[in-house]
Design a binder for this molecule. Structure first.
Ligand code: PLP
Length: 284
């Protein structure tokens, strides 16, 4: 089941299209150059989770690419149309895509609703640390690299995951050329430390050229309410091994606990995972 709704100035609520039929021109620059942006969120019982955070990040990505996209209320209406057409009370993946479109024609934008991939959750991960090749200050020096934007150019991220899989691991944590922990190809890194009974939740600093995770942001807000102490890197690989738990977090897979890094075990904590998963579930 896939529902497609194109954002169309002639249809304020969006235009439903047949996902089994071709819909894009082969000359669309989203295809020919990966020149576009996207968001992926989870909908539960027909309601998208963290919708405003995703729309805000979509707008930030559009600004970074100088891409003119429809306003948030137009996206919201198209999402509502797509979820109504999907008519499913369970969990669904809602993807927003905007490409620079046809040369001279303007952005192409659509909402895609589909099922959550089977077997995505609940597994402890073995990950590889892979060098992303940029240093941790590159985002400030080279804004044209679009480090904090969620662009369609994810071929590198997918290649990193394939590399990990072909070397017996499940996923990846990127590091910078100056040795800082960055993020996963599709997720944010979290570590926990319990010091003198105080629980600390730490994520790499945003300024290191990573995507600001909406799941991490929402979890931090919930964790603060629950009495956790929060921190933002910089983190180095030794911090991962010295922690009381390492997780990758993202909107659809949610919280995934890491059990080994480069083949070496890291501390796993069913208690902390259960507590953090509960906080993730409480976020809407
Ligand atoms: C590179 C990258 N970092 C982090 C994330 C996590 O973001 P979110 O929690 O908003 O899904 C994603 C999500 O796909 C991502 O692609």
């Amino acid at each position: 089941m896939t529902v497609l709704v194109f954002l169309d100035p002639a249809r304020p609520d969006g235009r439903i299209a047949d996902a089994a039929q071709p819909q894009l021109m082969v000359t669309d620059t989203g295809i020919t150059r990966g020149d576009g942006i996207f968001e992926t969120m989870l909908a539960v019982n027909g309601a998208p989770r963290k919708l405003q955070a995703h729309l805000a990040r979509l707008a930030t990505s559009a600004d970074a690419l100088e891409l003119k996209i429809p306003s948030s209320d137009v996206w919201e209406r198209a999402i509502t149309t797509a979820l109504a057409a999907a008519d499913d009370d369970g969990e669904l993946v809602v993807k927003l895509v905007a490409t620079r479109g046809e040369p001279e024609a303007g952005a192409t934008a659509w909402v895609q609703v589909s099922a959550v991939p089977v077997g995505l959750r609940g597994q402890r991960l073995s990950v590889l640390l892979l060098d992303r090749g940029y240093d941790s200050t590159v985002a400030q020096r080279a804004p044209w690299l679009l480090m904090g934007a969620k662009t369609l150019s994810y071929a590198v991220n997918m290649a990193a995951v394939r590399y990990a899989r072909s070397h017996g691991a499940d996923d990846v944590i990127f590091t910078s050329s100056d040795g800082k922990v960055l993020e996963g190809p599709t997720s944010t890194v979290l570590i926990a430390r319990v010091i003198d009974g105080v629980k600390h939740l730490i994520t790499p600093q945003l300024e290191s050229g990573i995507l600001p995770g909406t799941s991490q942001g929402a979890l931090f807000a919930a964790a603060r309410e629950a009495g956790w102490d929060l921190g933002y890197g910089p983190l180095v690989p030794e911090d991962l091994f010295a922690s009381d738990g390492v997780w990758l977090i993202s909107s659809v897979r949610l919280l995934a606990e890491v059990e080994s890094i480069d083949g070496k075990p890291v501390t796993v904590s069913p208690e902390l995972t259960a507590e953090l998963s509960g906080l993730v579930a409480s976020v809407s």
